[in-house]
Design a protein around this ligand. Sequence first.
Ligand SMILES: Nc1ncnc2c1ncn2[C@@H]1O[C@H](COP(=O)(O)OP(=O)(O)OP(=O)(O)O)[C@@H](O)[C@H]1O
Ligand SMILES: [Mg+2]
Length: 281
Amino acid sequence: MSDDYIFDVKNVTLRFGGVVSLNDVSLHQNRGEILAVIGPNGAGKTSLFNSLTGVYRPQVGTITFSGEPGHSVSVIGRKPHLLNGAGIARTFQASRMFSALTTYENVKIGAESHKGLGAVGAMLGGPATRRGEKLSDSRTWELLDFVGLRAEANTLSASLSYGARRRLEIARGLATNPKVLLLDEPAAGTNPAEKLELTSLIRKVRDRMGVSILLIEHDMKMVMSLAERLYVLNFGGVIAEGTPEEIRANDAVVVAYLGSSDTGEAAQPSPSETEDTDAQG
Ligand SMILES: Nc1ncnc2c1ncn2[C@@H]1O[C@H](COP(=O)(O)OP(=O)(O)OP(=O)(O)O)[C@@H](O)[C@H]1O
Ligand SMILES: [Mg+2]
């Protein structure tokens, strides 16, 4: 059987002037997978998300999104709202909902609506209607139930706890019926109990809705319990890929997180430095 990737990123390089945010990044996400991207601050994780969602335009490489098996689109050069319509939804590292609206209103106007126009414009039929319509009442309630916020439907979102805000952002992402949901530090600012709630909610999004999950998260306990596979970025490049067990045991990852190596010993040669013996030949 051939590979079934929802995202296929090949040799992507993204520069801002002299800063290389992504350096020849190649990675893929299997359809239905909970995949994580980890790495130190400034490693390029959010830049990757921005490239996958059309916010940034890498100078080099290709990004292919396949919302359905056998149907794929090229991401680079496409606008964020078109990619959102094609099935790519995201939450942001910093909260971007309308704090003057209630929980219910925030879900109803949809995740797309925060772009460009203010809350009033969105409520009056601004960009939420770009995709056709606001969410129906029944679908809004369904999503509030799904994320456990029915009881807080009429609470101003500014008054919600951090954990509830994060769940609201996930509901807003789901409002566009995505095939993949990109979560940029979904547990930032939350307490341990809220982290556990978010962990099971994210798993439920994949298991019950069939939405693939791409996750950036600094909390190692959370990321290792959720992710089926991980990529590690450092200085814009992929330095490791593997299952949680493989990543925990990876020396390069340990060094990247602890800063420079203090072992003082010669490093093992990496596979690319060893002689190519072509043992099969
Ligand atoms: N719009 C931009 N203009 C200039 N430089 C940028 C821009 N976006 C990102 N960068 C640079 O790209 C590099 C990677 O940043 P990025 O935000 O992707 O890191 P990150 O891994 O998400 O970090 P963090 O864990 O702190 O969120 C940084 O050096 C950053 O300054
Ligand atoms: Mg970031």
